[in-house]
Design a protein around this ligand. Structure first.
Ligand code: BTN
Length: 271
């Protein structure tokens, strides 16, 4: 297994720096830091395939082919954010894996709040927003047999130091960073520690008590519950009002005409 470390810009994202003061026992038991990777999800996938333990974290200063959901690219310039992936080996069925995305989004929201005091919201299933702009996205990828998950890679992209001009033009009015949203200087190392610790808490609670234990907080932070939305899936478009997020993490949508649909994946737009 190849684990090397690197330094960059303002803070040195090394295993030693991150580990100092890190109060986790599972998430971060192994931390691999890199100056540059194509995608931390790809690297974590290789490590997981070679048998790396649950809780292994891969972090890069820069990604040259960072990706988001639906094959979109994820802007990951050097030193500007937290580009990391965590290996999990949860006892879930493959169809239950989407809840890992919401668990991680909740953990990221808690970490941002704890580090900066900023008010955050969650846009189902994977976005963390500040004042309606995206600050963090989660990409969950899984290796599974038909009825068992082998491992899950939870990729987290959190914008930290960008100014508006640092984002690609198409994202400038949609994306934000901790620097843009907060007056207080932010340390990536401190945010990473908080992110790993909140992820561990949420993951362990979900393992012992089920997704239902996170649901109330996810619903309370959601900016889509109670709102009219459209939900785009590969070959389908739903329009309706979001009534709730159900016990499995699905979106409960009331369609025009009153029919209720439980939707497990898709891209939501507020109408
Ligand atoms: C999305 O909002 O569509 C998900 C974005 C996920 C980006 C992160 S950055 C670290 C990890 N590596 C990747 O290539 N993607 C995820």
């Amino acid at each position: 297994m190849d684990c090397s470390s690197s330094s960059f810009l303002r803070e040195y994202l090394s295993e030693t720096n991150i580990r100092e003061g890190l109060e986790t026992s599972l998430v971060g038991r192994k931390i691999c830091t890199f100056g540059i990777l194509k995608s931390t999800n790809d690297h974590a996938w290789r490590l997981a395939d070679e048998g790396a333990p649950e809780g292994t974290v891969v972090i890069a200063e820069e990604q040259t082919a960072g990706r988001g959901r639906f094959g979109r690219s994820w802007s990951s310039p050097p030193g500007m954010g937290i580009w990391c992936s965590i290996i999990f080996r949860p006892g879930l069925f493959p169809w239950e894996a989407p809840r890992m995305t919401m668990m991680a989004a909740l953990a990221a929201a808690r970490a941002i709040r704890a580090s900066t005091g900023l008010v955050v919201s969650l846009k189902w299933p994977n976005d963390v927003l500040i004042e309606g702009r995206k600050i963090c996205g989660i990409l969950t990828e899984l290796s599974a047999d038909t009825d068992a998950v082998r491992f899950v890679i939870t990729g987290i992209g959190l914008n930290v130091h960008q100014h508006e001009d640092d984002f690609p033009a198409a994202l400038r009015d949609k994306a934000t960073s901790l620097r843009m949203a907060s007056d207080v200087p932010v340390s990536r190392i401190q945010v990473i520690r908080s992110l790993l610790s909140e992820t561990e808490k949420a993951y362990l609670l979900m393992n012992t008590s089920g997704f239902a234990a996170l649901r109330r907080e996810i619903v309370s932070l959601s900016c889509v519950v109670g709102r009219a939305v459209s939900v785009r899936q590969r070959n389908r478009l739903y329009r309706g009002k979001v009534l709730d997020i159900d016990e499995t993490g699905g979106l409960v949508l009331e369609l025009a005409g009153g029919r209720i649909e439980h939707i497990i994946s898709g891209e939501v737009q507020l109408v």
